[in-house]
Design a protein. Structure first.
Length: 341
């Protein structure tokens, strides 16, 4: 029979913590015996059950635990983005980010918790499974402030894609800040380039890399008609070059082949054949095709080489200076050692 502290944790879908000295003694004794583990200071999980959880499940449990143990505080930044389903990038979940009102002290969490100043916000908070997070607009502002452009842009574009907010609502929100506030300039820069047209986070990361490399902002998912099948085909990226030349950029990724949901019920061979047929159809329409993969996105010099060789145009003048500012976004301290796993 489970101890009452563990029963409460199971019901809340959180880690367990003590409410009195008796529970504190029980949890610590079982931790020393190896039956419990402590993912966060003074918070416990049954060792066998914790080992069965995937990293995504562990992150969600940890975030819920900090939030529900500190009900006067609010998850923010990347922690809120995770709870809202705006990111599944586990590598970015290095700490639990919490808005703490003035005069409020937090219960435990240790170095794994990053405290942020709470500001007045007319958009208020929303509740997700009992966990309070700020408005989507505030979360996007936080992410633009804290993250590199290549990491914040996919979060913004996911919010647009899911219709949780829009460029118009974000513009109104950013204009509502009358005085200087840390992150506003970064958010306005991300706002300029974010859209909801990319189909997934990988394409959004590629979009960010293309922008940071100084290439013209591509059109995304532009429809063409396959002249052989008369079905609609849409390259990931498209550039309209002078004299009517069209260049399509196609992002290849193993996830497209491994993830059954992204294959829409098709086997891997069929996905590969359809990609090749799409490229053939685009070629028959006079569209040049350049293929690249996530390795190129992570090592942008190779992406730069591929796009330059095929003739993707670059920006210049004031727009080039604006692009150079993208490199400076984000807090490098944010990318330190993970305290969660």
């Amino acid at each position: 029979m489970l101890h009452r502290a563990l029963v409460r944790a199971e019901e809340r879908q959180t880690l367990a913590w003590a409410e009195d000295n008796s529970e504190r003694s029980y949890l610590r004794r079982n931790m020393l015996a190896g039956r419990l583990v402590t993912p966060l200071p003074h918070m416990y999980a049954i060792a066998e059950e914790w080992r069965k959880l995937g990293i995504e499940q562990r992150i969600t449990v940890i975030l819920r635990s900090v939030a529900l143990k500190n009900p006067r505080c609010t998850l923010c930044s990347l922690s809120a983005a995770w709870m809202l389903g705006l990111t599944d990038d586990v590598s970015l979940q290095r700490k639990v980010h919490v808005l703490v009102p003035r005069g409020v002290s937090m219960r435990s969490g240790g170095d794994a918790v990053q405290r942020h100043e709470s500001i007045g916000d007319s958009h208020g908070c929303v509740e997700i499974d009992g966990v309070h997070v700020p408005s989507v607009e505030r979360v996007l502002l936080d992410c633009a402030r804290d993250l590199r452009f290549c990491d914040s842009l996919p979060i913004w574009e996911m919010a647009y894609r899911r219709d949780l907010t829009s460029p118009g609502r974000m513009q109104e929100y950013l204009e509502s800040f009358s005085g200087p506030y840390k992150g506003i300039r970064a958010a306005r820069l991300v706002w300029r380039y974010a859209n909801g047209h990319c189909e997934n986070g990988g394409e959004s990361k590629a979009h960010a890399a293309i922008l940071q490399l100084g290439f013209v902002d591509p059109e995304i998912q532009v429809p063409f008609v396959n002249p052989l099948t008369h079905r609609e085909i849409r390259p990931d990226f498209l550039w309209r070059v002078k004299k009517g030349l069209l260049i399509a950029g196609e992002l290849d990724g193993m996830r497209k082949y491994k993830d059954e949901a992204m294959r829409n019920g098709r086997d891997v061979e069929e996905v590969l054949v359809r990609e090749k047929d799409r490229e053939t159809a685009l070629n028959s329409l006079g569209v040049l095709v350049v293929r690249f993969h996530m390795g190129d996105v992570r090592h942008p010099q190779e992406l730069r080489r591929k796009l330059s060789l095929i003739g993707v145009p670059r920006v210049f003048g004031a727009e080039l200076k604006r692009r150079e500012r993208l490199e400076k976004l984000g807090n490098e301290d944010y990318y330190g050692r993970s305290m969660l796993f």
